[in-house]
Ligand binder design. Structure first.
Ligand code: F6P
Length: 551
């Protein structure tokens, strides 16, 4: 493995970018568009049905060249190969990172710790196919011989967000039955709201937990089991109603899940990268295995593009470098994801985990604290709704917030009046963010409206938009399983490239541990009514207030 430059900020490529930033900080994008009438053609990329227009960014050809120098300096192409070759790039957990193997469609092999993982991957895909076909066709039945009408996925984080996002996104591809529901939160209201609609005789649970130790998932799984057994003749009925997806197969068996009903996954798949594995079983049940495999195929195509396209034509690399430009040189701390596609309404939440759990790190691969910013805060909502909520801040607030807009050419069903309004809004927002509205333009507008000069002067500062606010536009034909696969893989690889440049491990998540440990200490303290004094005064105060106030 190559050694990273000890201090990224003093490296030649970084310093060149820093110097260039000085030239760029106050240059407006309007000028770029005036100078280059073909800026759109020059700064857009197409891969299959996905167009990336990145011309509305505060970049010139020189910026892009310097950013690519940074990628070369960080050895991005070699890191891509390391990932695909199964090197232990998740260094703190000494694991390969092979979610790309899960969607590999060729005949090649993928090795983790010297073993080809593809035979097992194919075996589990076949098991998913057999099972999902059996449930969907009605061959798999509940203990009363009734058909399964509802499936409940119990899992949290990566064992929930991907399947939720994808099943929502691909609604037009779902069968009427089984209906798929999701329970993630330990808040009992979620599971009881789901269960009240269902009949235990026709419900199937999928317990999804890579570790099979996640307490939230185990509690929900217990509640589900009790719910089934309440009206069942005996525990043997569980074999018809509960399956599990896990890397901890023995724990699932101990828990009482029929070994036949356990779908394995592997430690070389991170939870937030796992929807391509049997973690996606709820997706397969919902859209069918052929559609699930189309999604894998789309992701595979993006993998091949990522692996083979030169940096200047590479979509994930381009998105990653633009992100670095804003985070590290413009000091942007946030990134908005704005799908103009209602079916992608859970994409921002999904990407929050993918990006923030991956790149929310402050120690580099050599164990040293970093002295530069890493992963930004990801947030977002579907396009038009966001416009009527938080876009004010993106247009006129003090922070600079780069945005990704994600727009379909067609939606299902396409009702032109609706769809034109949606698309027009997306394009208009990006134009407004870029152009803004200067004083002269505001004055002209107010004058045309007949406003007296004195009033104009008062209102003018509020009506000015500085513009020069960056956006990427991702436009795709329609949200098919393959396109969605490509889109998700695009973001996964973007996140990876940024982690490589920041010299951090994007594949561990030690930061989630401390809160879990402390919750385990607090939990037994809630059992009685004794006063607690073992924490700081705020935590003691809250625990004691809770104990005193509860019924
Ligand atoms: O607490 C965070 C986390 O470990 C995520 O990384 C993971 O996706 C989630 O919890 C669920 O973990 P598991 O699949 O092991 O239940």
């Amino acid at each position: 493995m190559t050694t990273q430059t000890p201090n990224l900020q003093h490296s030649p490529a970084w310093r060149a970018l820093q110097e260039h930033y000085g030239e760029m900080a106050n240059v407006g994008m309007r000028e770029f568009f005036a100078e280059d009438k073909q800026r759109f053609e020059h700064l857009s990329l197409q891969f299959k049905d996905i167009l990336l227009d990145y011309s509305k960014n505060r970049v010139t050809a020189k910026t892009l060249e310097l950013l690519r120098d940074l990628a070369e300096q960080a050895d991005v192409p070699a890191w891509i190969e390391r990932m695909f070759n199964g090197a232990s790039i998740n260094s703190t957990e000494q694991r390969s990172v092979l979610h790309v193997a899960l969607r590999h469609r060729g005949s090649g092999s993928f090795e983790a710790e010297g073993n080809d993982v593809m035979p097992e991957v194919r075996e589990v895909l076949q098991k998913m196919r057999d099972f999902s076909d059996a449930v969907r066709s009605g061959e798999w039945r509940g203990y009363t011989d009734d058909r399964i009408t509802d499936v409940v996925n119990i899992g949290i984080g990566g064992s929930d967000l991907g399947p939720v996002m994808v099943t929502q996104a691909l609604r037009p591809f779902t069968a009427e039955q089984p209906r798929v529901h999701f329970v993630s939160n330990v808040d009992e209201s979620q599971i009881s709201d789901v269960l009240t609609q269902l009949d235990p005789r026709t419900t199937l649970f999928i317990i999804v937990s890579k570790s099979f130790t996640t307490p939230e998932t185990r509690i929900n799984a217990n509640t589900a089991r009790e719910w089934i057994l309440r009206s069942a003749p005996g525990a043997e009925v569980l074999a018809n109603h509960v399956v599990a997806v896990t890397n901890n197969v023995s724990a699932a068996r101990e828990y009482g899940i029929d070994p036949q009903n356990v779908f394995p996954m592997w430690d070389w798949v991170g939870g937030r990268y796992s929807l391509w594995s049997a973690v996606g079983l709820s997706i397969a049940l919902s859209i069918g295995m052929d559609n699930f495999e189309s999604m894998l195929h789309g992701a595979y195509e993006m993998d091949e593009h990522f692996r083979s396209a030169p940096l200047h034509e590479n979509l994930p690399v381009t998105l990653a470098l633009l992100g670095i430009w804003y985070v590290n040189f413009f000091s942007c701390q946030t990134q908005a994801v704005l799908p103009y596609d209602q079916r992608l309404h859970r994409l921002p939440a999904y990407l929050q985990q993918a990006d923030m759990e991956s790149n929310g790190k402050s120690v580099d691969r050599q164990g040293r604290p970093v002295d530069y910013a890493t992963g930004p805060v990801i947030f977002g909502e579907p396009g038009i709704n966001g416009q009527h909520a938080f876009y004010q801040l993106i247009h006129q607030g003090t922070p600079l917030i780069p945005v990704d807009m994600i727009v379909p050419i067609e939606s299902f069903p396409t009702v032109p009046q609706h769809h034109h309004m949606l698309v027009a809004s997306a394009f208009a927002q990006a134009e407004a963010l870029m152009r803004g509205k200067n004083e002269a333009e505001v004055r002209e507008e107010l004058e045309a409206a007949g406003m007296p000069e004195e009033d104009q002067a008062k209102l003018l500062p509020y009506k000015v938009f500085n513009g020069n606010r960056p956006s990427n536009m991702l436009v795709y034909k329609a949200l098919t399983p393959a396109t969605l696969g490509r889109l998700i893989a695009l973001y996964e690889h973007k996140i990876f490239v940024q982690g490589v440049i920041w010299n951090i491990n994007s594949f561990d998540q030690w930061g989630v541990e401390l809160g879990k440990q402390l919750a385990n200490q607090i939990l037994p303290e809630l059992d009685d009514n004794k006063k607690v004094t073992s924490h700081d005064s705020s935590t003691n105060g809250l625990i004691n207030y809770y104990k005193k106030s509860r019924k």
